[in-house]
Design a protein around this ligand. Structure first.
Ligand code: WT7
Length: 663
């Protein structure tokens, strides 16, 4: 959505939904006074506030004395002299507090088979796998790449790394061999954990074969082992001395594994995300500050209670799956659903039937999923949510992209039955957890707004020079103070970290989120108006335009390419690529055929999620006389709108007509 479109929509939005009294009465943060009291506590004694929460919420093997070390800002350190272990804080603590026999994970596979795992069982699985990893010589500080399907074993693999102090880097199973290899190389992985195949919508997709292909691309000499979880039993090749089955590795391992006590600053994980240049950034997160925020936001945003059944539909390949599947819910001792598959298989009622079957009480998903399920329900009454018993739900959440007010209202009425608050959570891979979100027992909701920052998060809107803007004026979103779960650095590139997130233009002291935002004049509520850099958000997946352009120009047919986002009813934004070939501009069937070829090429270079929805061929791209591509014109063309802007600086106006036609 363009900035102005989002701004207009939110200005027009006057509906307001106060928290239901019954919900507020039992909520962790009940009423706006309680919210403001926490905000005041943070403002009056910032370190005292975070120090108190860290002591109250985490187990410290050795207590920290320093809360925040700013001496090397913006490389901030939180609780650096405290010793702890993330896996201990998620699992062991739940063995001694009455949760041992409580179900931790309810796993439902693509075909509907259900596996339940208690805290005691999960602890044993994690210990055995941790011991297995140790037997391979993996130890504290080593990096391990995880390329796995949604599974109990995926969660176990991440927790096992945390237990021994190995830093994991999960790569989403939809990324190509090339993307996987780039991440393996950049992070210097000593091992890769994968599965024979993954299953999505009844289809089997190879994972191990892609790992083989990635490793064969070279520069992966550090990888000593590939550990394989047997998901389907599909045929794979095993390389002797390097590859081994997960079930064989753990079979002989002890069910007890002493955790490795690490500094709170020890890197728990590195997760790659797209930026405005071609190379993805390895976002490095800490152990203590990260887990503190994962746990606290479970309490504050999701108001999690002991008898809740929590369901976050994300994949562990994204940060949402890290914080709200692998770490946050377990740190709370909650019962959570983990699902393998897609929302539309075996039919578009999958989510609703799973909520009914497992009595989910908190449901957290992405606007894209909601929008596609609205369409499916309109088309086929059999998968309409009113056919299912959703009365177990008490809270709904949204994440990953702006939720348009129409989708919000549908979600509220049809899934929340007009009684469940919706928390529209704004955050990023870099922030580790929620930043701005309603509190379900306190904040009056406005569709399309993520409302207010959480206590301790000092969000503001500034202009290009860093001056704070008054409410009602759109600008650039920043965070004025460091917070515990913030990105620590870009793996191996602290200079890029500083330049990307703490740029000198803003004084080098405030965190630049990369989003535009506006605050409502009366309520002060924030609405995110979209990225201010060359980053697209397609179905809640972050994609850099430069990354896709580099992939396209790597094809021998392509001379030049420019990629822009185009508003899309279902996916939020869609990828539209303008391409100049080295040969004459193709037409008709040939153009269609080359477009298909290029789409498949991008899928191979990056992954299917990066496939352009539209490809348009021209003899050239619209450029200024100095040769600069005029992207604003491309954005207008992509939308299919008439060009009303001044094109007098354009060298080749005739090209615009060619670029109107999509393949
Ligand atoms: C970008 C971060 C949040 C974790 C998963 C995505 C956009 C995210 C919202 C929201 C409007 C949102 C922003 C942000 N975004 N949540 N509730 N409302 N926009 O993490 O891949 O790092 O993407 O997603 O543009 O910068 P990510």
């Amino acid at each position: 959505m363009t900035n102005s479109a989002a701004e207009n929509e939110i200005k027009a939005e006057s509906r307001i939904f106060p928290p239901p009294a019954e919900f507020a009465a039992k909520a962790a943060i009940s009423g706006m006074d309680a919210y403001h009291a926490l905000c005041r506590e943070a403002e009056q004694d910032y370190e005292g506030f975070w120090g108190r929460l860290a002591r109250e919420n985490l187990h410290w093997q050795r207590p920290f004395e320093t809360t925040l070390d700013e001496s090397n800002a913006p490389l901030y350190q939180w609780f650096p002299d405290g010793l702890m272990n993330v896996s201990y804080n998620c699992l062991d603590v739940n063995l001694d507090n009455g949760n041992a026999e409580k179900v931790a994970l309810i796993f439902e596979a693509d075909g509907g088979e259900v596996t339940k795992v208690t805290y005691r069982e999960l602890h044993q699985k994690v210990c055995q796998f941790a011991n297995g990893l140790k037997s391979l010589g993996i130890s504290k500080g080593d990096r391990v790449v995880i390329y796995m399907p949604m599974s109990v074993e995926g969660v176990v693999a991440m927790q096992a790394c945390a237990r021994i102090g190995a830093t994991h880097s999960v790569v989403f199973g939809g990324f190509s061999a090339k993307s996987l290899q780039e991440r393996i190389v950049d992070v210097g992985a000593v091992a890769v954990i994968t599965a024979d195949e993954q299953v999505r919508g009844g289809k089997h997709l190879p994972l191990k074969a892609i790992v083989d292909e990635a490793l064969a691309l070279g520069e992966c000499e550090k990888v000593r082992n590939v550990v394989i979880y047997r998901r389907t039993g599909g045929a794979i090749q095993l390389q002797a001395g390097r590859d081994l089955w997960m079930h064989e590795l753990v079979a002989t391992q002890d069910v007890v594994c002493e955790p490795e006590w690490v500094s709170a600053e020890h890197p728990l994980f590195i997760l790659y995300t797209s930026g405005s240049t071609g190379k993805p950034k390895g976002v490095q997160h800490s152990s203590g500050g990260y887990l503190l925020w994962a746990k606290l936001t479970m309490k504050w945003t999701f108001d999690i209670k002991p008898d809740d059944v929590f369901w976050c539909t994300a994949d562990i390949g994204w940060v949402t799956g890290h914080t709200y599947i692998t770490y946050g819910p377990l740190a709370m001792g909650a019962t959570e659903i983990v699902f393998e598959g897609i929302p539309t298989f075996p039919n578009a009622g999958r989510f609703w039937s799973m909520i009914e079957k497992h009595k989910a009480s908190i449901f957290y998903t992405a606007p894209t999923a909601i929008r596609s399920l609205i369409k499916a329900a309109d088309a086929d009454a059999a998968v309409h949510p009113d056919r299912y018993d959703l009365s177990s739900l008490r809270l709904l959440g949204s994440v990953g992209e702006p939720i348009n007010p129409e989708a919000w209202m549908w979600y509220y009425k049809n899934i929340g039955r007009n009684v469940c608050p919706i928390v529209d959570t704004f955050w990023q891979t870099e922030t580790g957890g929620h930043m701005m979100t309603p509190l379900p027992g306190a904040t009056p909701l406005v569709p399309g707004s993520c409302t207010l920052p959480l206590p301790g998060i000092m969000a503001a809107i500034v202009d290009e020079t860093g001056n704070e803007l008054p409410n009602g004026q759109g600008g650039i979103l920043v965070v004025k103070r460091p917070w515990p779960s913030m990105i620590r650095t870009i793996w191996g590139d602290p200079e890029r970290f500083k330049k990307s997130y703490f740029p000198e233009e803003f004084g080098g002291k405030v965190y630049l989120a990369g989003d535009g935002a506006i605050r409502n004049k009366d309520t002060g509520y924030f609405t995110i108006t979209g990225r201010i850099d060359d980053v697209l958000n397609v179905s809640g997946h972050r994609m850099g335009t430069m990354e896709i352009e580099s992939a396209l120009v790597a094809n021998p047919l392509v001379a030049e390419a420019a990629v822009v986002g185009k508003p899309d009813d279902t996916t939020g934004e869609a990828i539209c690529a303008f391409v100049v070939l080295k040969r004459a501009r193709p037409a008709g069937d040939e153009a269609k055929q080359i477009a298909t070829e290029l789409r498949n090429w991008v899928a191979k270079e990056i992954g299917p999620i990066a496939k352009p929805k539209e490809i348009r061929f021209g003899d050239n791209l619209p450029k200024t006389r100095s040769g600069k591509i005029m992207r604003r014109l491309l954005r207008v063309l992509a939308k299919g709108e008439a060009i009303t802007q001044d094109v007098s600086t354009l060298e080749n106006p005739a090209i615009l007509d060619q670029l109107k036609q999509a393949q």
